[in-house]
Design a protein around this ligand. Structure first.
Ligand SMILES: *[C@@H]1O[C@H](CO)[C@@H](O)[C@H](O)[C@H]1NC(C)=O
Ligand SMILES: *[C@@H]1O[C@H](CO)[C@@H](O)[C@H](O)[C@H]1NC(C)=O
Ligand SMILES: *[C@@H]1O[C@H](CO)[C@@H](O)[C@H](O)[C@H]1NC(C)=O
Ligand SMILES: *[C@@H]1O[C@H](CO)[C@@H](O)[C@H](O)[C@H]1NC(C)=O
Ligand SMILES: *[C@@H]1O[C@H](CO)[C@@H](O)[C@H](O)[C@H]1NC(C)=O
Ligand SMILES: *[C@@H]1O[C@H](CO)[C@@H](O)[C@H](O)[C@H]1NC(C)=O
Ligand SMILES: *[C@@H]1O[C@H](CO)[C@@H](O)[C@H](O)[C@H]1NC(C)=O
Ligand SMILES: *[C@@H]1O[C@H](CO)[C@@H](O)[C@H](O)[C@H]1NC(C)=O
Ligand SMILES: *[C@@H]1O[C@H](CO)[C@@H](O)[C@H](O)[C@H]1NC(C)=O
Ligand SMILES: *[C@@H]1O[C@H](CO)[C@@H](O)[C@H](O)[C@H]1NC(C)=O
Length: 223
């Protein structure tokens, strides 16, 4: 008995410890039409404000992302933005967002290469699509192939949050995703988002202008 348990112990130490191995994120198809989630950054004169709107595409392949942020700091960019696992607590403490949405275990250690977005963390939006430039209003829109608007699937983001960071990963600001016109946090089970009233015509590229924000009292936690 003693020798067999010793053997089992040895075997256990020899088994691979990397069970959480990274796998490429699959391209998401069949997203429910008409789903839309919006993260609206809180208004605070010393922080960036604006919206992240993520909608299903007309063909259900991937999602359509619209970023519109202003009041950005004059330096410290390019600013990073990620989808995090948890909603933000009611006090707006961005550190409660937890880790990045990473259902395929790309991990923090992996440096995202936009040329191989399937290997990036699914929630690493700036890694896959570029960071937010310094000191200007910033708008961009693009299709991301790896996010899901279907509740219950690994890449579903609609009940999670977005966090904006300095280039050095210090947190700037954050917001929950919510369904416009939706019942704030409930009703995801249908798979569809709330009613989408209007099609927003995106303007590609970034716009300029606007005074840079003065940032004080930053949270020092990074994620
Ligand atoms: C990711 O890692 C977790 C444990 O850390 C594991 O449960 C899960 O199966 C892994 N997922 C993939 C797609 O490898
Ligand atoms: C940010 O807030 C300012 C002041 O309330 C507002 O004028 C501006 O439109 C907001 N920016 C965005 C992108 O919503
Ligand atoms: C943005 O800010 C960073 C850090 O302050 C600086 O290194 C970089 O040159 C700036 N980029 C632009 C385009 O101004
Ligand atoms: C990150 O950069 C910002 C802006 O330059 C700075 O205020 C902050 O102290 C930096 N954080 C760390 C941890 O270095
Ligand atoms: C984010 O969503 C959660 C869950 O619905 C809610 O409890 C929390 O108050 C929200 N946080 C903010 C800052 O709105
Ligand atoms: C914010 O949340 C983090 C993580 O839960 C916690 O460690 C920290 O104490 C909170 N900060 C405040 C000011 O409540
Ligand atoms: C968000 O939805 C997923 C299903 O897609 C679920 O597994 C997860 O627990 C939910 N998270 C929160 C914070 O409600
Ligand atoms: C960004 O938001 C501002 C304020 O709501 C708005 O005036 C502007 O048209 C928006 N830009 C884009 C490209 O959606
Ligand atoms: C940039 O944002 C500022 C502050 O929200 C606003 O006053 C200005 O009109 C915006 N400029 C452009 C070009 O959108
Ligand atoms: C605005 O942001 C600053 C810097 O993070 C913070 O110290 C301040 O409490 C915020 N103000 C409000 C009203 O949330």
């Amino acid at each position: 008995m003693r020798s067999s348990s010793l053997a089992l112990g040895l075997l256990a130490t020899l088994l691979p410890t990397t069970l959480s191995q990274s796998t490429p994120a699959p391209i998401v198809t069949g997203n429910p039409r008409g789903a839309q989630y919006i993260a609206t950054l809180p208004n605070n004169a010393s922080l960036p404000n604006g919206t992240f709107i993520i909608s299903s595409t007309s063909d259900g392949n991937g999602v359509y992302v619209q970023v519109n942020v202003s009041n950005l700091p004059a330096s410290g960019g390019p600013f990073l933005y990620h989808i995090h696992l948890n909603p933000i607590d009611s006090s707006g403490n961005c550190s409660t967002a937890g880790s990045h949405l990473d259902p395929y275990n790309a991990t923090e250690a992996f440096v995202c290469d936009p040329a191989n977005p399937q290997m990036c963390q699914v929630g690493d939006m700036s890694g896959k699509h570029g960071g937010i430039a310094n000191g200007t209003n910033y708008t961009v829109s693009y299709v991301d192939q790896y996010l899901s608007t279907q509740y219950g699937t690994p890449a579903f983001f609609g009940n999670r949050s977005i966090v904006v960071h300095f280039a050095n990963k210090t947190i700037l600001t954050c917001a929950n995703f919510t369904m416009p016109g939706g019942a704030g946090g409930s009703g995801y089970g249908s798979g569809n988002g709330g009613a989408v009233s209007a099609v927003v015509i995106p303007v590609a590229g970034s716009s300029v202008g606007g005074a840079a924000a003065t940032v004080t009292n930053l949270q020092t936690v990074t994620a």
